[in-house]
Design a protein around this ligand. Structure first.
Ligand code: 13P
Length: 341
């Protein structure tokens, strides 16, 4: 393992002014997104859509540091035969790959999940590295509800995240460690804070036990935020303040960077929250976005599967990427949203 090189890549992934595009929706998830805009989820349409994003020159060269791909995409070529990975590299962004294989029911723990995909991971990482991937992603899912999460779910998911991270570093790939506490329930922000604290503490404990080099990883957490069905929604400043307090308490300064998931927040909320956090600096790590839905909802709608809408889709993507790029420096203002085309 070359830790200097892993650290260089991790640092580039969270550089101020840029963030990560999570375009790694599984076939099931992208079908749901395409259903919403009336597009058939064929291999060709998935390719055309992602090619549109990766050819958005302004967004990709100025505001996107890396792209998380799904297995199908990393092997696909653009319409003109250029591998999609090459398009990403040519824009100056770093290609990455989702390597978990989704979730399964966790035995003895009703309603809870464990992320799978460790079998043969070392061989898969080798192939992905040869294809150009320099970082990877693994997402653990922790739900909040009555009596959950159990310590069992937190512990087995943290163990798997650390196993994955160690395998990545041994393969010279930067692991994005993503323990996502879902915002789907009716819990309040303080319950999210408490559960996220337990999850992050257990995750870093496992990372240490399994000898993962903190300098060569990126953390992808949820924010401390109210559940979507909670009657009392915490305002932007409270989300920012509690998230930063929580991260300062749980995330060692050796970690080069933190890149948030959006998790179901609206586009503008996700931007406003990141921006507000940068008003609370200086911070010990890079702090940016690794958004899926909050970067892609607008371009998906603008594109709607029509070749004549590609330019509009790219404009919508570039706008959201620019807004989040500004937020990653604390320089975003809501008035900038209204000026958008
Ligand atoms: P969202 O921003 O849509 O939550 O997706 C980010 C991601 O990569 C989840 O694993």
């Amino acid at each position: 393992m070359n830790l200097t090189e892993l650290n260089r890549i991790a640092t580039a992934m969270v550089v101020s002014g840029k963030g990560i595009l999570a375009a790694d929706e599984s076939s099931g998830t992208i079908k749901k997104r395409f259903d919403a805009i009336g597009v058939d989820s064929t291999e060709g349409n998935r390719r055309d859509y992602r090619e549109m994003l990766f050819r958005s020159t302004e967004a990709m060269s100025q505001y996107i540091s890396g792209v998380i791909l799904y297995d199908e995409t990393i092997w696909q070529d653009a319409k003109d035969g250029t591998p999609l990975v090459k398009l990403i590299e040519q824009s100056g962004a770093i290609p990455g790959i989702k390597v978990d294989e989704g979730t399964q029911a966790l035995p003895m723990c009703p309603g809870e999940l464990v992320t799978v995909g460790l079998d043969r991971l070392a061989e898969r990482l080798k192939k992905y590295y040869e294809r150009g991937a320099r970082f990877a992603k693994w997402r653990a899912v922790i739900d909040i509800g009555s009596g959950i999460p159990s310590m069992t779910a937190i512990s087995v998911n943290a163990h798997a995240l650390a196993r994955y991270a160690a395998l990545c570093q041994a393969a010279q790939i930067v692991p994005i460690v993503e323990p996502e506490v879902l915002m789907d329930g009716d819990h309040d922000i303080d319950r999210c804070y408490e559960v996220t604290t337990r999850v992050l503490n257990e995750t870093f404990q496992e990372l240490r036990v399994q000898r993962v080099a903190l300098e060569g990883m990126v953390l992808k957490p949820n924010m401390a935020i109210s559940g979507k069905k909670c009657a009392k929604q915490a305002p932007i400043e409270e989300v920012a303040e509690k998230t930063i307090r929580l991260l300062r308490a749980c995330v060692p300064a050796a970690v080069p960077g933190i890149a948030f998931l959006s998790g179901g927040q609206s586009d503008e909320e996700a931007t406003a929250h990141l921006n507000a956090m940068h008003k609370l600096g200086p911070l010990p790590w890079g702090l940016t976005f690794s958004y899926g839905r909050a970067l892609q909802a607008a371009p998906q709608k603008a594109w709607s599967g029509k070749a004549e809408n590609v330019a509009a889709g790219q404009r919508a993507f570039s706008h959201r990427a620019r807004m989040n790029g500004l937020a990653s420096k604390g320089e975003w203002q809501s008035s900038l949203e209204k000026k958008a085309a």
